[in-house]
Design a protein around this ligand. Structure first.
Ligand SMILES: [Zn+2]
Length: 272
């Protein structure tokens, strides 16, 4: 019974966070050397476009332009250079991470457009951030509440904005340190409040993992499914229970909670 219930919960959550139009983009990634790769045009046509015209890949990661999408596609279909929980995104082989000073001052606003949910989002952001902050003293997410009334990517008084979105494509999505300024926001759909075993704290913790540079753990070959690409560097041994591992991708945890390997991984990247 427990197993059945667990799977049902995971499946329910999966339907919301890991949406069909996004996952096929990853699922379409061929094995290295496979001649059946989709053309770029096919790939672009099958990739979900967000409310602001940007592309959403790998479930909840944003790409702004067609040029960037093509670069992503070319990386996706390129040769697999890795043979091997936590992995950091890489750009041209370099870790995609914040400077020591910036990671200690990751300022954000929470849009008042969340309305009656504003206080709930403020609270969930604080508790989601605390998951990482408690693992590494180098990390500090700082809520600048004075910017909440003008909380967009154009507000230069904060590093990133947290804004509401209405979509059936995902629960929330985030960005990487290398993302251009105009993409540096966390978008949250109202379904975050009704996502079963995935609490708002853990969902936001997952998204802030991307903000810190971490990739989906399930792109590692050990998961056996949900491959995305090979532009990452391992920080820890594979962790099927990682907060960055979708449960529905052969994960071993159904609640997106943080693990000791996650804590070790963030320390490995940013320090104790
Ligand atoms: Zn994600």
């Amino acid at each position: 019974m427990r197993l059945t219930r667990t799977l049902a919960l995971a499946a329910t959550a999966a339907a919301a966070l890991c949406m069909g139009t996004v996952i096929p983009a990853a699922a379409a990634a061929p094995a290295p050397g496979n001649g059946d790769a989709p053309s770029y045009q096919e790939f672009a046509a099958s990739t979900y476009r967000d409310v602001d015209g940007s592309y959403i890949v790998n479930g909840d990661e944003v790409i702004a332009t067609q040029g960037d999408l093509r670069a992503f596609y070319e990386q996706l279909v390129g040769p697999d250079t890795h043979t091997d929980g936590l992995i950091v995104n890489t750009v041209n082989g370099a870790d995609d991470k914040w400077s020591a000073s910036q990671v200690g001052n990751l300022t954000y606003c929470v849009s008042t457009k969340f309305g009656t949910r504003h206080a709930d989002v403020v609270s969930a952001m604080a508790s989601g951030a605390a998951l990482w902050e408690s693992a590494s003293s180098k990390i500090d997410f700082v809520h600048v509440s004075s910017a909440d009334g003008n909380c967009t990517t154009r507000n230069k008084s904060v590093l990133f904005s947290v804004e509401p979105v209405q979509t059936s494509q995902y629960i929330a999505r985030a960005f990487f340190p290398s993302s251009p300024d105009r993409q540096q926001n966390v978008l949250i759909d109202d379904s975050i409040w009704t996502s079963g075993s995935w609490t708002p704290t853990n969902i936001i913790g997952h998204e802030l993992g991307h903000v810190l540079g971490f990739r989906h753990e399930h792109t590692r070959p050990e998961s056996g499914t949900c491959f995305e690409d090979s532009n990452w560097r391992p920080l820890t041994p594979y962790d099927s229970s990682s907060i960055m591992h979708y449960p529905q991708c052969n994960g071993s945890s159904d609640d997106l909670s943080m693990t000791s390997a996650d804590r070790a991984g963030v320390v490995a990247l940013y320090g104790n």
